[in-house]
Every structure is written in C-alpha cells, then in structure tokens.
Design a protein around this ligand. Sequence first.
Ligand code: CP
Ligand code: NVA
Length: 307
Amino acid sequence: MKPTHLMRIAGFSAADINALLRSASALKANPADYIGSRPLAGKTIGLVFEKASTRTRISFEVAMTQLGGHSLVLGSEGSQMTRGESVADTAKVLSRYLDGLVIRTFGQDILDEWASHATIPVINGLTDLHHPCQALADLLTIQECTGQLQGVKVAYIGDGNNVAHSLIEAAVCMGMSISLACPLGYAPQQAIVDAARGGVGAGTVECVTDPMIAVKDADFIYTDVWTSMGFEGEQETRTTVFSGYQVNAALVAAAKPTALVMHCLPAHRGEEIAADVVDGPQSIVLDQAENRLHVQKAILVHLLGDS
Ligand code: CP
Ligand code: NVA
C-alpha cells in the first residue's frame, strides 16, 4: 500500500527504506531522467515552517522545481492561523488546493493534528521529537561511504533530541548499531529506545554517558546542537551540562582510524563540534546536506507521484 504520511521513521520496514534510498541514488545519479519526465508536473506542495530552516525548506523547494512541480512557503505572517484559524480547518482547506504539505513545528502532537485532518500526504520537516527526512539523508550518506548499512556502527554524541530519535529508529531498522553518549537527563526518550529494541529492526541501540565508550570501534561519529530550536531558554544550563560532549580531535582519534564525522547542521564550532573536525578531512557534513535534496526528491515521488 502506498504510504500516506511521513511522520517518523518507525513504521517503515527495511524494504521501504531501501526502496527510498534506491530512488534517491537513482535521482542523484541520473538527473536528466527526471528533468525530462517531470514526474510531479502540475503538483504543488505547501511548506508550513514554524521554526527556522535553511536545508529542509530550500531542498524541498528545489526538489519540487526539479521534479516539475511547484512549492509555496506558507509563512505564519499573513495566514489566518495567526488570527486563530485552527490547524484542522487549515489542513482541510489546504488539502483542497495542494498535493502535499511539509510541516516544521514544535510538538509531534501538532504534526499529528495536521495529518489527521489533511487528505493529502503530510511530511515531517522536523518536530521536537523527530526529524525523519534528516535520518533518511544520513542513511544515504552512510551507504555511499561504506557500500552497506548492516553492521555499521554510529556513535551519537550530545543531546538525545529529535535528530537522535530519528537516527535510532533508522539505524536499528537497517541493522546498524548505534551507541549514544548523552549527559544524565538528556538521554533519548526511553519509549523510543525501547520501541526500537522491540521492533522488527535487526540493529542495536546502546545508551551511555561517556563519549569515549560510545566512539569505540565507531565507523561514524555524529553530533547535533546542544540547544535545539524551541529550547533556547535552557541554553545556559545546557552549555555547562554538555561541556564534556564536544566532538573534537581527541574523541575522533578514539574511534576507528577511518571514522567519518557527521552533523545535520547548522553547527556551532567550538561547542558541540571543534572547528578543525567539522572542517577537517574526516567530515562528511556537506555530503549529508546535499543528500537532503536527493532523498527529499525520492520522498516526494513516493508520496505524491502517480505510480
Ligand atoms: N538539518 C536541517 O534540518 O537543517 P535546517 O534546519 O536548515 O533545515
Ligand atoms: N536538533 C536541532 C536540529 C536542527 C536541524 C533542532 O531541532 O534545532
């Protein structure tokens, strides 16, 4: 059955993800194929972003253009939502005009509300809890580097946040092993870890507090900001709590010598990642960012395409 929405990674099988990754690789390798066929000609998506974005918003817009479709950024200014029109009514009305929605918001419950009222596919462009489009691009990037996903070890250092949650679900689904080092009180949600462990995925997830333990034998070291959007009020506390969780040269040296460094961006040099690491030869952060475009094209074709 054709999937309706992309809310989070859980619920996708390894076969579903492999199909998306294959499409993304093909779209990346042969751009002329889709530029000629314009698989989303005549289709329009709406981008509702309640938080800032560079990569997600722009790559979705460019993806639609390259696929022959169109996108509209529905900023909060000017929309009747600023004057109290409900998510339910907005989702129902927009479903009469648009072919898909990408939503970046705060609570996952807000995204759920959009999805429950929309009659068109809703794509999670990031919530406080999940960032599935990022995790799919991360899988593509890892696969391009290693040729496979199964058995690959990723160490995630820092905040057990939206990016970490989606990465856990994606890694375990694809038979990878993920080890997360997070300070006490900032571990990923236990329910997400338990569900990943109890699900169909063949991978493993380990949660520790010591970054040196997490990076042992790691093929990839991943980090993200210490203070996510929406949590700015905790910034001062977080800067102190996370001070021992920087991905720097000493930590990278404790992983496999061939280890590669990942970050979803935007990065804060000198905080969660040292400048010489994010800008160094082991960093693949720009490949990750580029792959957002290719994966998003695959997602759009799968959810909005006619076949
Ligand atoms: N990684 C990511 O989602 O970046 P943006 O916030 O710029 O979209
Ligand atoms: N965890 C970060 C990711 C930004 C792409 C945030 O939510 O702000």
